[in-house]
Each structure stands twice: as structure tokens, then as C-alpha cells.
Design a protein around this ligand. Structure first.
Ligand SMILES: *Cc1c(COP(=O)(O)O)cnc(C)c1O
Length: 431
């Protein structure tokens, strides 16, 4: 498989090169040259296939030429070693829980997949690769965990001081080895701006091979299609029109689901549920795409004003607005509405949602008011303990900590404080 740049001014590359580069030289996102539907017998028999096999057959075309069949199989065994349970709320509503991985948020699958690819690709490389990433919370932990101990890879994570939860901060500052945390006196936008500047700084890129581990990287983005395929495996027998509601920030997760749809998976509608950062819902209403500055919300992993992956979604729908609108609905919710949803679902169903999942729930319920005979799945993208304070205050209960978290909270954090770009640059150029 070849990948081309959506910037339109860079050469086509292999999967391996796309992963190592992160972004194309023209600053465009990489996109697969072709997405060919899987054979009908795959969809006819999906309920009889092992999870590993489902993922393997869907993904092989995307890595062909860069990973052998055996390498892909070995990577998938390591990546898919925890469950993705579906919980029924009622006959029209199911929750797809994606938080059973090591850092309790859905980013574990993509981060581990990318880390394992880098492990394979760096085997014969002399040059060390630096993975540079800014996080508003969840990316940092998943990347730290996924890349820990991967030879030939140094990871540098920037996070905004005082703006991530205690659990999130420990997950990225306590591992040591090849994982380095920089605590930035500033906001997430400041972290992100510094990372972008570093990628454009030839004094750095002349000396260090830099790559990104955000969902712009194809190895982080595409494996997220597995969630949808595995959910479909379980839900197919119900024989109802399927709707996925995805709490969305950078729109990587939902875009991967749309790739699964392109591969032939029957989906009636995708719903992109957002918090107050409503660039996409506004676009679907007005047909004007106007990026905004991000605003802070209680679902902080979705505080994105200019979603990086939206250009990939547009490409999937051939840049045709009407085609896009036929497949995608998008709704935005305030923090108050989100908290009320957490309360409602807890009292009605005795289920505890995190703020991101709650936004997904609200989007699904809105769509289903007009489409009652659908089977709606909303993605629960993080464990509620990751947002302990908000959830406990909203529900006035205390949530038991899952195993491993108590130990994590006792570990000593190690990070380096930086104030500005010059300090990041000096750090990256140090030997
Ligand atoms: C990253 C994240 C999201 C948003 O995912 P995108 O792929 O960026 O749209 C939603 N929920 C949680 C908990 C996250 O960590």
C-alpha cells in the first residue's frame, strides 16, 4: 500500500515511511492510496472469526510491503490483549467500552500499535527516532506506556502544568527509561504550538529524526478501525440498522470507523458528538468550516478547535458535502448537559459514564429521537476514574479505583519544567 499526502505536494511513500515521517514533507496528512472493500465472505462469516483474524485480514492491505504477515500477526497479539466489552443499556442502546487497556482510555490500541511498528522499523536503523508529542491528558499516558522500552526510540511528551488530572500526570511521568516528560508552564495550545515549531525547525530536524504520535500518524489512526469491526462481529446477529456515536476531538477515532465502513461494514449513520468545541457541528449546518480557538471543558481530551483528521473525513467522502451529510451527523453539548447525562444514566441504568462517553450518549439519543428503530452504539472512550473529580462531584458518590491505579498514585513523578520554545529546543539538541 502506498500513502499520499493530502497536501498534494509530496511524494507517495510506503506505510513504513508514513509512520516514521508522521506528517508528509509538505505538512499534509498521509492517506491510503486505495481502500478496497473486503471480500463478501469476510462480512458473511465475521461472527465465526477470531478477533485477531478479523483485525489481521482488515489491516494486511494497509501495511503490505512494510510488515510481513508474521510481523503483523505478532504485533496484533501484543496490541489486542484486552477486551472491548459491549454493554446493553436497553434494546436500542449499547455501550462499547474502550477503556480496558493499560492507561484506561481508548488511545492504548493506536499507541501500542504504532510503538510496535516503530520497534520493527527501527531494528536495522542506526539513527535514533524521537517521538515528540503534546498531550492534553490521555495521549501522553498511552504513548508513554506503549513506547516504554522500545529500542531506538526516545519519547518526549509535553503537557500543560496543572491542567491534567493526577492519574494522567502519573501515567506519563513515572515510567523513566526512554520516556521523558516536559511540564510546560502554559496551556495545551502552547504545548501543541511548541511541538509544531520543532517539526519545522531545521536546526533540530537536521540533527534529530522527529516523528509524531498523535492521530495524524497513520499507525495511531488506522488501527482504531478494530473497535468497529469487533463491535459489528457481536451486533450483526441483531439485524438492525447500526449507528455509532463517537465522542470526537481530533476526529481520528470516528474517521477510522468510517474506513471500516468503506471496507464494507454496514453502518446506517455516524454521529460525531462534541463538547462546546463545535467546529464540525457548525460546519454541517452552515457548510462553512471555520476553525476556532479551543475552549476548556470537562471532557478535556476533546478540547480541539481545528480537528486535524477532518481533512481525512472529507477525503473519504470525495470532498462532497452532501455525501458527507448523508453519513455523518454532528451535535455539540455543554458541560451542564454532559453532567446531567451522567446523572440520568446513573439513575436510570446504574451505569457510570465518564464525561466523554456522556457526550457520545447525548449525540446518540438526539439522533435516535428521529430514528427510533436503530441499534445505537456509543463509545465509552475513558474509564470514569480518569476524570474522578468531575464524576464524583456530579454523582456525589466515590468510585472505587481499579487495580493498579492505587499503586500508580504512589509512584514518584519525574519531569522537567520548561517555560518556552528555546528551552524545548535546547533539550532536544542535548546529547
Ligand atoms: C482522545 C480522546 C477522545 C477524542 O478522540 P479523537 O480521535 O481525537 O476524536 C475522546 N475521548 C477520550 C477519552 C480521549 O482520550
Amino acid at each position: 500500500m502506498k500513502y499520499y499526502s493530502l497536501g498534494g505536494k509530496a511524494p507517495e511513500v510506503s506505510f513504513k515511511e508514513a509512520v516514521i515521517n508522521g506528517l508528509a514533507p509538505d505538512k499534509g496528512l498521509y492517506f491510503p492510496e486505495t481502500i478496497t472493500p473486503l471480500p463478501q465472505d469476510y462480512w458473511n462469516n465475521i461472527e465465526n472469526l477470531e478477533d485477531q483474524e478479523i483485525a489481521f485480514r482488515a489491516f494486511l492491505p494497509f501495511v503490505e510491503g512494510s510488515l510481513s504477515r508474521e510481523e503483523l500477526k505478532r504485533i496484533l497479539i501484543k496490541v489486542l490483549d484486552f477486551p472491548f466489552p459491549l454493554i446493553d443499556l436497553d434494546k436500542n442502546t449499547a455501550i462499547l467500552e474502550l477503556f480496558h487497556g493499560p492507561t484506561l482510555a481508548f488511545k492504548d490500541v493506536g499507541a501500542r500499535f504504532m510503538a510496535n511498528c516503530m520497534g520493527v522499523f527501527s531494528k536495522n536503523n542506526e539513527e535514533e527516532v524521537t517521538v515528540l508529542v503534546a498531550t492534553s491528558g490521555d495521549t501522553g499516558g498511552a504513548v508513554a506506556n506503549g513506547f516504554l522500552g522500545v529500542p531506538g526510540v526516545r519519547v518526549v511528551i509535553l503537557y500543560p502544568s496543572g491542567k491534567v488530572s493526577d492519574i494522567q500526570e502519573r501515567q506519563l511521568t513515572t515510567l523513566g527509561k526512554n520516556i521523558h516528560a516536559l511540564e510546560v508552564n502554559g496551556t495545551f495550545d502552547d504545548c501543541q504550538a511548541m511541538v509544531k515549531k520543532a517539526f519545522l525547525d531545521t536546526e533540530i530536524t537536521g540533527k534529530r529524526k522527529l516523528t509524531s504520535a498523535n492521530s495524524i500518524n497513520v499507525a495511531r489512526w488506522l488501527p482504531q478501525m478494530f473497535y468497529y469491526l469487533l463491535a459489528f462481529k457481536s451486533l450483526k446477529k441483531r439485524n438492525m440498522p447500526l449507528v455509532f456515536s463517537v465522542p470526537s476531538g481530533n476526529f481520528g477515532n470516528i474517521c477510522a470507523g468510517m474506513v471500516a465502513h468503506k471496507l464494507g461494514m454496514p453502518v446506517k449513520q455516524f454521529i460525531a458528538a462534541t463538547n462546546s468545541n463545535n467546529t464540525v457541528p457548525t460546519y454541517l449546518e452552515t457548510q462553512r468550516y471555520e476553525p476556532k480557538k479551543s475552549v476548556s471543558t470537562i471532557s478535556n481530551a476533546m478540547d480541539v478547535g481545528d480537528p486535524s483528521n477532518f481533512v481525512r473525513i472529507d477525503t473519504l467522502f470525495e470532498n462532497k458535502f452532501q455525501l458527507l451529510k448523508d453519513s455523518l451527523s454532528s451535535y455539540s453539548y455543554t458541560d451542564t448537559e454532559t453532567k446531567n447525562a451522567i446523572k440520568e444514566v446513573n439513575s436510570k441504568f446504574n451505569y457510570i459514564m465518564d464525561p466523554h462517553g456522556a457526550v457520545g450518549y447525548l449525540g446518540l439519543k438526539k439522533y435516535q429521537r428521529d430514528h427510533p428503530n436503530t441499534l445505537g452504539v456509543f463509545l465509552e472512550t475513558a474509564h470514569p476514574v480518569k476524570f474522578l473529580q468531575v464524576v464524583e462531584e456530579t454523582l456525589k458518590i466515590s468510585i472505587p479505583l481499579p487495580s493498579g491505579i492505587e499503586e500508580l498514585l504512589l509512584q514518584k513523578k519525574t519531569s522537567k519544567r520548561i517555560n518556552d520554545y528555546s528551552e524545548l529546543k535546547a533539550y532536544l539538541l542535548e546529547d
